[in-house]
Write a protein of this length. Structure first.
Length: 362
């Protein structure tokens, strides 16, 4: 199973995704090869200090705890734990380090256990050329789940190398996006004060409002006027109510290192007519188009190499670019495309895209 998944990780690593788009996609893909209920990645700066986090869970508590830890300057459970995590020099599990340091054990009991992170594996990521620490991968399991086996640790070493190599590659500046599957709901008042939000909505708001989680911010802002154009969106909605025009559904686009986010606004009227209207915001984390293809292309049951060539061909890459990216000859790329076309009974790149995105069973 893990051998089959290896080529999927290599596909991800060759896509030219920016780090903060690549890492969430990789954490999601890891669930197919390493059992866990949630995964986390912490970045480190040039001095080795932890300086950003992506956590898969829908609770923003993990981010808030990370920000609190970075803000601490006292010799407490936070500083001891961030120092321990930033200096791990080998794959280590919770059960191996628990009890070695009272401050880290306190962090484990008061922070990790309430989040459900009871049996975790910490994997340091190092640049193979310079040896510089790039970050730490964390795989989380429940307490009752099995400990991490030797074969799983070996596979995680391979994953660490894949992450390091991907982070050293230049990212593609022209990545097109479409609506992604991660979507949520927020409700604000007419002054842009946050009133309510579902768990996914709050997580996406945290990502959309901050490119980096450090001691200079909070995970979820109480006021979201920080979004350029939000005031115009609110005014357009209030104007539509005044003019009895229900067709206005303004959209706001916000971009940062995590990618692109779409916020679609609509009015929420008070049916009792004893209060001001509120604004509903449907927030969507836009998915890079090549990632959409990546998640669906395995339905075609191609060989690993055919799948990789098909992925980049469908994404719009020129044949020579595919050859350069995969370090194979142009002739080999053409042969793969000919064989793929015959196998799938298609003629054009558009046919391949339609087949990948089709819901028809193959």
């Amino acid at each position: 199973m893990r051998i089959q998944q290896s080529h999927r990780l290599e596909q991800l690593a060759h896509m030219g995704l920016p780090e903060q788009i690549f890492i969430p996609a990789l954490l999601q893909e890891l669930h197919h090869s390493i059992p866990s209920f949630s995964n986390t990645f912490c970045w480190q700066d040039d001095k080795g200090n932890l300086n950003n986090i992506y956590d898969e869970s829908l609770s923003t508590d993990a981010i808030n705890n990370f920000i609190t830890a970075l803000s601490s300057s006292e010799p407490d459970k936070y500083t001891h734990t961030t120092k321990w995590v930033s200096e791990i020099d080998k794959i280590t599990t919770t059960r191996e380090f628990y009890g070695q340091c009272s401050q880290v054990a306190e962090f484990y009991k008061t922070i990790l256990l309430p989040l459900g992170y009871q049996n975790s594996c910490y994997v340091p990521i190092n640049c193979p050329q310079s040896g510089r620490r790039l970050g730490v991968l964390m795989i989380h399991r429940k307490r009752r789940d099995p400990d991490f086996s030797e074969s799983e640790r070996t596979y995680l070493s391979y994953v660490a190398n894949t992450i390091a190599l991907a982070c050293q590659r230049p990212s593609d500046p022209d990545l097109s996006t479409i609506d992604g599957w991660e979507q949520g709901m927020l409700i604000i008042n007419t002054d842009a004060q946050l009133q309510y939000g579902c768990s996914m909505g709050l997580k996406l708001l945290a990502l959309a409002s901050s490119a980096k989680f450090d001691n200079s911010n909070t995970a979820v802002p109480k006021n979201i006027k920080c979004f350029s154009g939000l005031s115009t969106l609110i005014n357009n909605l209030l104007s539509s109510k005044k003019n009895h025009n229900d067709t206005i559904n303004p959209v706001l686009t916000e971009s940062n290192s995590w990618g692109e986010f779409k916020l679609r606004g609509f009015l929420i009227n008070d049916l009792k007519n004893d209060g001001l209207p509120q604004i509903g915001l449907h927030i969507c984390w836009q998915e890079v188009f090549i990632l959409k293809l990546f998640h669906r292309i395995k339905r075609l049951n191609l060989t690993p190499r055919q799948e990789t060539v098909s992925l980049f061909y469908a994404a719009g890459l020129q044949l020579q670019s595919i050859a350069n990216k995969l370090e194979i000859s142009l002739h080999t790329v053409k042969e793969h495309i000919r064989n793929i076309s015959e196998r799938l009974q298609i003629k054009t790149r558009a046919d391949l895209i339609a087949l990948i995105l089709s819901d028809v069973a193959l």
